[in-house]
Structures are given as structure tokens and as C-alpha cells.
Design a protein around this ligand. Structure first.
Ligand code: GMT
Length: 391
């Protein structure tokens, strides 16, 4: 199949999921065309089956805000014609589903090009639900030929916010080969030169991730135990400065390592003892899944879709939002009992690989593409009460 994929290329989990999906589809013999303003960061080397088409944007004095969505729609149409695309897969509802809708309508007199929209998180919970975006987000989702959500939580939120029920759930996934624990004594020695335990956090450091809670947690672990422990912060973003300031305030500069964006996150996760996710909301929590695949117990907030991923008391712990004392207590529980930590880690991998493996999840997308190419307009929104009743 010839599949066009659009993601936000530089930032966030939806870009990672869309890019890795493209790579997996290419490995299964499909041709994948990424259409975006920049090459998505996790796209594998381009080759005959993975191509990148850059959206042309140009500055014009009248355009204080250049209309990216229109340029994207035009580019999609151009690629669809030139490459004979069978289906489009848009990650993040706006403006991607809107651009796909425009492209489909422009192309309709010649050929019908169906599009699948995958909802990821803030496209529904923070951005799409704002008054200024709500009508266009709702319209664009409803016009999609098929709609998927990465968790039950997000499907329910979409129902609640937009009144659109009946969305299919296809969860985030991991490649069990790429994500597995590989001992790396050199990296471990760099991060923990005196044999310290390692708490880790991975994100794009936006306010929704509440990264300062990681620093509070470390301070509380140190205050309540004699454990030698450090915190490794992987990623970058707007809240980094606040976290660095807090680190200095606690006098913890030697024990908190801001390593920036690291190319192969599995290497880092492989040397972690516990992953902290203190997010305010998280529709799935891809970082939790990646950590579990690398046998790292996860301590996360009990919000959004995280309880669908992290199983409390089995492969990690869920705590109340903002309760860094509970987070610290659970971290001490894990770090002070190696056997327990290992058991949690092993169960985490079993769960991640058992439920969210590429071998199970990618075929769900392939089957959906086949259905949508032969039937079009599969998405028939149900009333939310009906959806709730049939759940
Ligand atoms: O909402 C965001 O943070 C953006 C979004 C993205 O596009 O990067 O992230 C979401 O998508 C990930 C991949 O599907 C999920 O694993 C994240 O939980 C989700 N983030 C939030 O809901 C905050």
C-alpha cells in the first residue's frame, strides 16, 4: 500500500509514534510518504520505501501567521497525485485532519483518498477543546474516514468534549527488539560513578509534564533514606530552567543530571532503576511503555490513560497527582529492594511485550487501512451515551 503520514516532526510523542509506525510499515513492504515541514526526528534513513516530502512555506508580509494547514493540504494533494497514495494517516487532529479533509475534497473529482486520524492527547484535552479550536477540531475528526485513539481514556475524553463516540482504540506500541534492557557498564558508570541508584525522567519538559516534581521527589528520597541516588533528566523544553533552579535551591546540583535530548533512549532506560512520570495528564504515556520494555519499574501519577499502561503494585506504582511524598516513598520501596525492583521490571517487560508489541499493534493499523480503502467513511460517530452503554 502507498501510505501518506503526517506528524509534528520535532516535538512530542505523536511524532514518535507516527515515525515509528512508518518505519514498521515500510519493513512490512508498504511505501511510506512522510509529509511535513521537517523530517520527523525518529524516521529511519530514507530509502525506496520511506520518502519525505517537505511542505513549502513562504514568508509574505501579509502573513503574520503563514497558513501552514493550507500549504500542507496542497502538498498532500501533490504527493497523492504523484505517488498514487492509497490512504492518508494523520497524527494529531489539528491542523492535520483538517488539511487531509481539504486534500480529500480537492482530489475527489479525480479519486477518493480516504484519511485516518489518530488522536494522541493534547489535540483533544488542551488544544482541541479550546473555544477557538473546538468546532474545527470536531468537524475534522467527524469527517475522517476512520478515527483511532491511543487509549480508552482519550476516546472517552473525545466523547465528553466533542460528543463523538465509537472511536476505535489502537494503543501506542513498542518494538521489543529495539526496546530491551542491554547492560551498558560504561554509561552506568558515567551516570552513577559511585554506584548510585538512578531515578530517571524522559519527556519534552512542557508544563504538563510537571518535571519539578521529579526534583522534589529526589529531595524527599534523600531526606528520608540513606540511599545514594541520582536523578537523570532526559529531554529538553520550556520547564528545564525551573527544574534547574529548584535543583540548585535544594543543593542537589551534583545529583541531578540534565542530559538533554539523547539519540537512543533505550540505552538510557537500560541503566535506569526507576522511571518517574509526574504528569498532570497523559493520554497514554509512551515513555512508561518504553521503560517497561527495558525492565524499569514506573512510578506515575494516576491520571488520564496511565492506569491503562502502568499496573499498580505489579509493574509500577500510581500516586495522586502532585503527591511527591508518595512518589518518594514508592521510589525508596523500589530502590531499597533489588529483588522487588527486578520482579517489577520483569513483569513490566512481559506486560509491555504481551500487550503493546509491534507484532500485534501494527497489523491493527494495516487492517484498518485495508478496510478504509475498500469501504471509505467507516467512522460513524455514535452518541456518547450509546458508546458508554456499549463499553
Ligand atoms: O499531548 C501531547 O503531549 C502531545 C502528544 C504528542 O503529540 O506528542 O503526546 C501524546 O501522545 C503520545 C503518543 O501517542 C502519548 O503517549 C502521550 O501520553 C500524549 N501526551 C499527553 O497526553 C500529555
Amino acid at each position: 500500500m502507498n501510505i501518506g503520514i503526517t506528524v509534528f516532526p520535532t516535538y512530542g510523542g505523536s511524532g514518535i509514534v507516527g515515525s515509528e509506525l512508518g518505519r514498521e510499515l515500510a519493513a512490512r513492504g508498504h511505501s511510506v510518504h512522510f509529509i511535513s515541514y521537517a523530517l520527523p526526528t525518529r524516521v529511519c534513513p530514507l530509502n525506496d520505501r520511506v520518502k519525505f516530502h517537505q511542505v513549502d512555506l513562504f514568508d509574505y508580509p501579509l502573513f503574520e501567521f503563514p497558513p501552514y494547514d493550507l500549504a500542507l493540504a496542497s502538498k498532500i494533494l501533490e504527493v497523492a497525485e504523484a505517488e498514487r497514495l492509497d490512504v492518508l494517516h494523520m497524527h494529531y487532529a489539528i491542523p492535520h485532519a483538517t488539511a487531509a479533509y481539504l486534500a480529500r475534497e480537492m482530489y475527489k473529482p479525480t479519486r477518493y483518498l480516504p484519511f485516518v486520524t489518530t488522536l494522541h492527547g493534547t489535540d483533544i484535552t488542551l488544544v482541541g477543546s479550546r473555544k477557538s479550536f473546538l468546532p474545527i477540531t470536531r468537524f475534522s475528526i467527524a469527517q475522517s474516514d476512520a478515527v483511532t485513539s491511543i487509549s480508552q481514556y482519550l476516546a472517552d475524553e473525545t466523547c465528553r468534549t466533542f460528543g463523538l463516540g465509537g472511536i476505535e482504540i489502537i494503543p501506542n506500541f513498542i518494538n521489543a527488539q529495539d526496546y530491551q534492557r542491554r547492560e551498558n557498564a560504561e554509561l552506568r558508570a558515567t551516570l552513577a560513578p559511585r554506584g548510585e541508584k538512578l531515578l530517571m525522567h524522559v519527556s519534552n519538559f512542557r508544563p504538563v509534564k510537571r518535571i519539578t516534581d521529579c526534583v522534589h521527589t529526589l529531595a524527599k528520597v534523600k531526606a528520608a533514606s540513606k540511599l545514594p541516588v541520582r536523578l537523570v533528566m532526559c529531554g529538553d523544553g520550556s520547564d528545564r530552567q525551573a527544574a534547574e533552579q529548584l535543583t540548585r535551591k535544594y543543593g542537589l546540583s551534583d545529583d541531578v543530571l540534565f542530559v538533554g535530548q539523547v539519540p537512543n533512549i533505550a540505552d538510557y532506560l537500560s541503566v535506569a532503576d526507576v522511571l518517574l512520570i509526574p504528569s498532570e495528564t497523559e493520554s497514554f504515556g509512551l515513555a512508561a511503555l518504553e521503560a517497561m520494555a527495558c525492565e524499569v519499574p514506573v512510578i506515575a501519577t494516576r491520571v488520564g490513560g496511565l492506569p491503562e499502561v502502568v499496573k499498580h503494585g505489579e509493574n509500577g506504582f500510581l500516586v495522586k497527582l502532585g503527591d511527591t511524598s508518595a512518589m518518594a516513598e514508592r521510589a525508596i520501596e523500589m530502590l531499597s529492594d533489588e529483588t522487588k525492583q527486578r520482579e517489577f521490571g520483569k513483569r513490566g517487560r512481559e506486560w509491555a511485550v504481551g500487550q503493546f508489541n509491534t507484532e500485534q499493534v501494527i497489523p491493527m493499523y494495516e487492517r484498518l487501512y485495508e478496510r478504509v480503502v475498500s469501504n471509505h467513511a467507516l467512522f460513524k460517530p455514535t452518541l456518547c451515551d450509546e458508546a458508554a452503554n456499549s463499553a
